[in-house]
Design a protein around this ligand. Sequence first.
Ligand SMILES: Nc1ncnc2c1ncn2[C@@H]1O[C@H](COP(=O)(O)OP(=O)(O)OP(=O)(O)O)[C@@H](O)[C@H]1O
Length: 743
Amino acid sequence: MVEKVETHPDFAAEQEHLAAIVREMRQIMTDLYADIDDHFQRSQKSLLVKDEISAYVHTLLRGDNARRIQDIESASPNPYFGRVDFREDGTEEPDGFESFYIGRYKVARLQIQSSKDILVFDWRDPVSTIFYECYGGRASYEVLGRYHYSGDVRLKRQYKIENSILKAIVDNYVMDQVLSRQQQALLADPLLSERLRQGAADKLRDIVTSIQAEQNKIIREPLNQVTVIQGVAGSGKSTVGLHRLSYLLYNEKLDPKKLVVIAPNRIFLDYISELLPEIDAADVRQMVWDDVAFMILGRQCKILDDHRLDLILAGIDKDRIRLLEDTAHLKGSLDFIKILETYIERKVQKFCLKLADIRLFDGKLAISSQDQMDKFMEDVQSPYNERLEILSRYIRFRVTNYVEILEARQVKGAVAEEEVKRCRQEADRFFKSHFKSWNSLDLLTAYRELFAEKTVFKPVKDKQYDLESIRSHSLTVLDAGQIERDDLAPLAYLSQLLDGWSHITKFDHIVVDEAQDLNPLEFAILKRLSANGSFTIMGDLSQGIHSYRSISSWNVILKEVFADARAVYREILYSYRSAREIIDVFNRVMPQGHSRAIPVYEIGRKPTAEKIITPQQGVNRLVHILQTFLERGAKSIGIITKLEQDAKELYERLSQAAASENLDFSLHLVSGQGATYQGGISVLPVSWAKGLEFDGVIIANASASEFTADPVDARLLYVALSRAMHQLHIMYHGKLTPLLTKK
Ligand SMILES: Nc1ncnc2c1ncn2[C@@H]1O[C@H](COP(=O)(O)OP(=O)(O)OP(=O)(O)O)[C@@H](O)[C@H]1O
């Protein structure tokens, strides 16, 4: 329980401190407004004497002040949420503890002469680490990665302040009450547990008041490295990744337009969209993988919606499934780079073989095929079409230059006008005819041609692919004017080999969420989009539901794609989303060999399972369970099916039942390319539920035939169950899945 504030021994002192801070904040705002006026007057004066530089500086300073005013106004209702009393090692006086207050925004006096002038530190300031990471009475923090400070912590205190009124004080850590284990500390943190019991919101929320030590470490990892986070369901990966962006923006002063979050689908982007402005990262770019590919290709492409996941999960057409999996695997592998490069090499060879000596103007100008080839091969790193252009410009230059020299000599009377005219005409004829077959390679034509050429697949001929079928499948799709999702990465890569990516501004930091669903080739492309090899890659291998394209181990990414980069790998096992009772269930389903999630709060209500006899009875029971969940206070409920088609059918039946019983349910179907998430009650397949969370989850059918003991089914069920925060009900027909009955 959160301690009643009035009974806290320091209540009066803390209340007085808060009142003093609020008074100071008002004064700082007044000072800032006066300073803005002052800078305005000065910039006007500078303009009068045409001192534009000084006018510009005053305008910048006014802008800075305006931002500070905005921050203080935002901070006013809740100026800080934490305090930590710290004594740096080497401080002489035994009682030399300094109190640091931590809030969402920095509150500082106009002139900062010492740390005393900073009334509240921003949560992203280096010193705030001691608040987030003090255990066992010690803490340390770093400034600019160079200066290291460590010392003793006497007190870590949390506050609940609303409308500038102190509502609660919680002392997480007092010198003589050291909690030895992190889980004990988490379970004993009443504000954290209160927050987690509040339930799901429609959108992802910020956690600045309750960032945990292991999360804080990730948020503050250095910029120029690849940080890979493997975290169990609900461990805060998405949340932490976005807070890291905010941290990097604040401390590294990056341009938000050069930071990007890559998320699994648009629903998820919508889900995180409100969090970004809250943590000062509104202008960070948000993309799904398709957008990245479209950005590279410079155009949108319609992707064939073949309901592949449903087809594969239904598991009926085995041959087709094998073909689709094989195709996806090959097109997502680093081997495909070799295929693309082989294709381009062949093109280069063919082109060079066709080069012939050029002899013009009675042999007075000769450009040998070797000379042309040398020019074409001068920079083998340059894109094919660019090299073609360079060679063409070179030949044009040599011919034009010859004619121009002749013209200059004609002026001096050294050459006859007739001769110049003849050469000019010969040059024109040459230009018209010579480059006729020198067309630059069109991306889609080249991509199609690649599948028609058996020999370019030589680099993978010893691997287990059915290359004939893959090639013929790809040709059928491309000849029908279509593109599959698997084609986007190869096309993007090929576009670099053909035309280069000079139209693209590289990113200063890339956050990849649900990273287990991207394939190695997609990562290789992202690497080429990064200015400095700076990544935060977050995912959970247990949630890799697109098994045909997901990665199976982080090592593939670390050793094959980012082998030359500085990389850090971290695991998070604490799960903040679901109550202990729910975690106990999804831990049982977790695929073999993966670390189990550790809970941090419980609610005292176990999940339930129920056998359904007929479809109609199932719908009636569903309505009943929904009502129960709502009565218990659930604001968001997810009814999760295995396949997308099942979700559509269930939604229809449920809508009819709700209408016939006059039930006031806000029921939404989340499905299809344009799916959106609106909160309330959602009926959705697991694939769309990824990344989301609900107060209550109902699994529509966890029967043994639906979720077999197969690892893919285990991952799907794991994702579905772990969307639940507080309430979980599992329905099944026939026999319950062995995944839930196993010991
Ligand atoms: N330190 C924290 N304090 C309070 N809430 C937290 C904390 N960390 C995470 N949470 C909450 O836990 C829930 C899960 O977070 P998030 O969705 O970021 O996890 P995830 O690891 O990305 O999950 P998944 O992989 O299962 O989709 C969210 O409601 C988030 O607000």
